[in-house]
Design a protein around this ligand. Structure first.
Ligand code: PHE
Length: 451
């Protein structure tokens, strides 16, 4: 049996570090700046902050409450918490499946960040032409070549396996305690570097000057989608992590801290990226998607003094952010295997990660040599990305809100937010209102908008 003794995070700081480690990922570092660019600079930022505060935090509280009250995996939590919960376990099941599918391709992307760190170290990244064409060629070579991305994906899976075998406190918590402070230090260093660039002020002006003419309903929907993705909502992660929270953890304070730190990282990324791209005249198309981090930024580094050092540090930062997210999303399935199938931790880790070697490997190849094999007209990579982001995450999040808002006993949220009446919880009523009405409707709009 897996649950002889209740596993818990050992310290408050460790618990925050682990949860922030999950939230801070590629969503903050490369998706956020691209969204800001498309959504009218600070106008998007303002809308994003509203989405996080108004919807993100309450839904996070719903996941935390369910997770801690359940004290088990994301599927079991539903049936534990409410007599009618059994019929709702499918929501947990959907989250776990989503987490599993996301892990497959997120591992591949994490592999790219590792490869870029490695190629910066060896200098190979800067061996060819230092223009857009040169770095695009390199990207093709690194991402689409097949074997190398395959190898780096396998490295990421192996690393995950080692960390997760260590368990929640000795693996996840310890890792986060080391990597999260490192990540913040690196971010601070890069903010500093960015301020020394020739057109730093112009870049900041672009970032902090709102252009509300660019704000369409679409921008609202993408801000909401971005908020949910960035806070790791709907994937069962926070339900699982909260099951490791001690009884006296203050959930409201934890949710606020995690959300603010996650937003802080996103804002810091804006402060880093916009001065850089404006200073080197690299706006527009180059800011979109993968090109931003894998083409545009290397172009910037190539023009900086000691550029290779910055390059190594930046891709290290990216790798850290991505790795701590993969660990959290893998934990969802591991906990489920432990609690549903009564596997030992070791067995659960192996049962998840052995297939992952194959699946992520295939997914890595689907971007390159195997791109001819299509699922509904898409490569495996794009297919997984699309169904999880556009379908599964929104549906799981709506299900969660309906369950916590309407099906579970009202006392669930109240007891959890107030630690069974020992704390005042002014956020209980507004949160319940949002979880019941506002969040499901707005997420439904995101779902429809995504189609
Ligand atoms: N919050 C993460 C991010 O911003 C999302 C995520 C978490 C994705 C865990 C995958 C795994 O990137």
């Amino acid at each position: 049996m897996s649950s002889e003794k209740k596993v818990q995070f050992r310290s408050k700081l460790g618990l925050i570090a682990a949860t922030v480690g999950s939230a801070v990922g590629l969503g903050n570092i490369w998706r956020f700046p691209a969204e800001v660019q498309a959504g009218g600079g600070a106008a998007f930022l303002v809308i994003y902050v509203i989405c996080v505060l108004l919807l993100g935090i309450p839904v996070m509280l719903a996941e935390f409450s369910l997770g801690r009250a359940g004290g088990t995996d994301a599927i079991g939590a539903f049936s534990k918490v409410s007599p009618k919960g059994k019929q709702w376990s499918w929501v947990g099941g959907l989250s776990v499946l989503t987490a599993f599918l996301i892990l497959i391709f997120y591992v591949v992307v994490t592999g790219w960040t590792f490869e870029y760190t490695w190629q910066s170290l060896t200098g190979d990244l800067y061996a060819g032409g230092h223009d857009t064409a040169g770095f695009s060629g390199k990207m093709e070579q690194y991402i689409e070549s097949g074997t190398r991305p395959l190898v780096f994906s396998l490295v990421v899976v192996a690393l995950n396996l080692c960390i997760l075998l260590g368990g929640v406190t000795k693996g996840i918590e310890r890792l986060s305690n080391v990597l999260m402070p490192m990540l913040f230090v690196l971010l601070l260093v890069f903010c500093g570097v960015s301020m020394t660039l020739p057109k730093a002020t112009e870049g900041l002006e672009f970032f902090f000057r709102p252009d509300f003419s660019k704000v369409t309903p679409r921008v609202w929907l993408s801000a909401l989608g971005q908020a949910f993705f960035s806070l790791s909502l709907g994937m069962g992660i926070l339900i699982t992590y909260a099951s490791y929270y001690p009884r006296n953890t203050k959930l409201v304070r934890t949710a606020t801290t995690v959300s603010l730190l996650d937003m802080l990282v996103a804002v810091m990324m804006g402060v880093i990226i916009f001065p850089a791209v404006v200073s080197f005249g690299l706006t527009g198309e180059s800011l979109k998607g993968t090109a931003l981090v894998f083409v545009t930024l290397p172009e910037v580094f190539a023009q900086l003094p000691a550029g290779r050092v910055w390059s190594v540090l930046f891709f290290l930062l990216l790798s850290i952010a991505a790795l701590t997210s993969t660990v959290s999303i893998a934990e969802v399935t591991i906990r489920t295997l432990q609690d549903r199938l009564h596997l030992s931790r070791r067995a659960a880790c192996l049962w998840l990660m052995c297939p992952m070697f194959v699946l992520s490997g295939v997914c890595a190849m689907s971007v390159g040599p195997w791109s001819g094999y299509r699922i509904f007209g898409k490569t495996m990579f794009d297919f997984l990305n699309d169904i999880t982001a556009n379908w599964m995450l929104p549906i799981a999040s709506i299900g969660l809100c309906i369950f916590v808002g309407w099906v579970a006993p009202r006392t669930l949220l109240r007891d959890q937010l107030s630690n069974h009446g020992t704390l005042r919880s002014r956020l209980f009523r507004p949160s319940l209102f949002i979880i019941r009405y506002l969040a499901p409707v707005l997420i439904l709009l995101v779902l429809i908008g995504g189609l």
